[in-house]
Design a protein around this ligand. Structure first.
Ligand code: UD1
Length: 401
């Protein structure tokens, strides 16, 4: 049986790494069993022939070394079998080019399953292409809904889930979303969160990393090359990630947020900001870049690798973010998280559902209040059912049978 899986952008890589490992382990086990049966001259039970072949396609939506290559190295993901080199562009361009280029690979490889993860443009483009050619599609991280149609990711999620034959979900709330949309329950498999497989596999390495060294190595500002956090800042840093168009593409929203960060948050503690290329571009376009660079407590980093980000999260007193995956990682690590959005497709991470996450939107006054509350909260790790590091094994079990 042949499985073809797809990655496109940064948040996909930590979801595909455990899947590839689990496919390898499944195949090795099947081959060993088959050899044993042959040696004993007993008939095969059928499972012996079920070794899984795997083909990896990278659409190239993210292409900078720090947005893509570093994750392949850090997470031991094998080099892609196909690189479509789609690159940046409008949504129509990215989705259209991915469909055209992916179709060629699909018709050449003719896989038994196309496995897609998450909600980026690659996910949506490849699900449409695969189903138009009647290939079976499995979607990992299905059923998440923000109900916010201004988010391109919401469109990607809904389209992919509507088309997929198998819907692998992270939690019961996602299952409920799918049931409400009329999805046949037989297509839904609650398997847990595959991203947490990567977190569990990599946390020991991240725990061994040195925060000062991460800052020195990744600092965007020259004067951080010999950086050391003052002792007063230990266990009291904020980590910021912000890249969504809804936060960074409008000056009316971005400027008050930057004011708040530079005055209120940087006034209390160092803020470490691994900055996404889109955010950097927009800060420069709105003339805010100089101010952000000049603040001594604002520590700008280039986009950091997986382990570095995990270390930052583990060391943070507070995470401020508009990312999806970070909300989940904060919940498992117990880091208080203020999400700079009005909604989340991951409600299982919210404080009212047992997580550490609070939705604050992007109005500076509301965000200020949420930050003060989060600073009072201590670390409180929590773990939704099946977020146990073994999600990929459950997925492969379903696909392989
Ligand atoms: C994409 C995903 C988003 C995810 C984010 C993580 C979609 C619709 N959005 O958004 O869900 O949270 O990835 O980063 O798929 N750029 C570079 N180098 C790169 C890639 C991009 O400089 O390697 C710059 C380009 O100027 C590009 C911009 O970043 O135009 C935005 O990249 P894009 O892939 O369009 O979307 P993201 O904002 O990264």
């Amino acid at each position: 049986m042949k499985i073809l899986s797809v990655v496109g952008a940064r948040p996909n890589f930590m979801k595909i790494a455990p899947l590839i490992r689990a496919v390898g382990a499944w195949s090795a086990e099947r081959r060993a069993k088959s050899k044993e049966q042959r040696a004993k001259s007993i008939g095969q039970d059928g499972k012996g022939r079920q070794a899984l072949a795997h083909v990896l396609v990278h659409t190239g939506q993210h292409y900078d070394a720090c947005m893509s290559d570093s994750f392949f190295t850090d997470l031991a993901i094998p080099a892609p079998d196909y690189h479509l080199e789609v690159g940046s562009g409008s949504h129509a361009y990215q989705v259209g080019m991915t469909m055209i280029k992916f179709e060629e690979v699909l018709l050449k490889e003719r896989p038994d399953w196309v496995v897609l993860v998450g909600d980026v443009n690659a996910t949506c483009a490849c699900s449409i292409t695969a189903k138009k050619h009647c290939f079976r599609v499995a979607h990992i991280e299905a059923g998440l809904r923000s109900h916010d149609w201004t988010m391109p990711e919401e469109i990607n999620r809904v389209v992919t889930d509507r088309l997929a034959d198998l819907l692998f979900t992270t939690d019961e709330l996602a299952n409920e979303n799918l049931r409400q949309e009329g999805v046949n329950p037989e297509r839904i498999k609650l398997v847990g969160n595959i991203m947490i497989d990567t977190l569990e596999a990599q946390r020991a390495k991240a725990e061994g990393m040195d925060l000062d060294e991460i800052i020195r190595t990744n600092a965007l500002k020259q004067d951080h090359s010999s950086f050391r956090l003052p002792p007063s800042a230990l266990n009291s840093i904020a980590v910021l990630t912000m890249h969504r168009p809804s936060n960074v593409d409008s000056r009316a929203i971005l400027e008050p947020l930057v004011d708040l960060l530079l005055t209120d948050v940087c006034g209390k503690m160092p803020v470490i900001w691994p900055i996404h290329p889109r955010a950097e571009r927009q800060l420069k376009a709105f003339g805010l870049w100089q101010r952000v660079c000049e603040n001594e407590n604002m520590i700008l980093l280039r986009p950091v690798g997986y382990h570095e980000m995990l270390t930052l999260n583990m060391e943070a007193r507070l995470v401020l973010t508009d990312s999806g995956g970070l909300q989940e990682e904060c919940t498992v690590l117990g880091t208080p998280c203020v999400t700079l959005r009005n909604n989340t497709e991951r409600p299982v991470t919210l404080v009212e559902n047992g997580g550490t996450n609070v939705l604050a939107g992007n109005d500076a006054t509301v965000v200020r209040g949420a930050i003060l509350e989060a600073l009072d909260a201590g670390r409180a790790p929590s773990r939704p059912p099946l977020w146990d590091g073994h999600t990929a094994e459950r997925i492969v079990q379903v696909l392989g049978c």
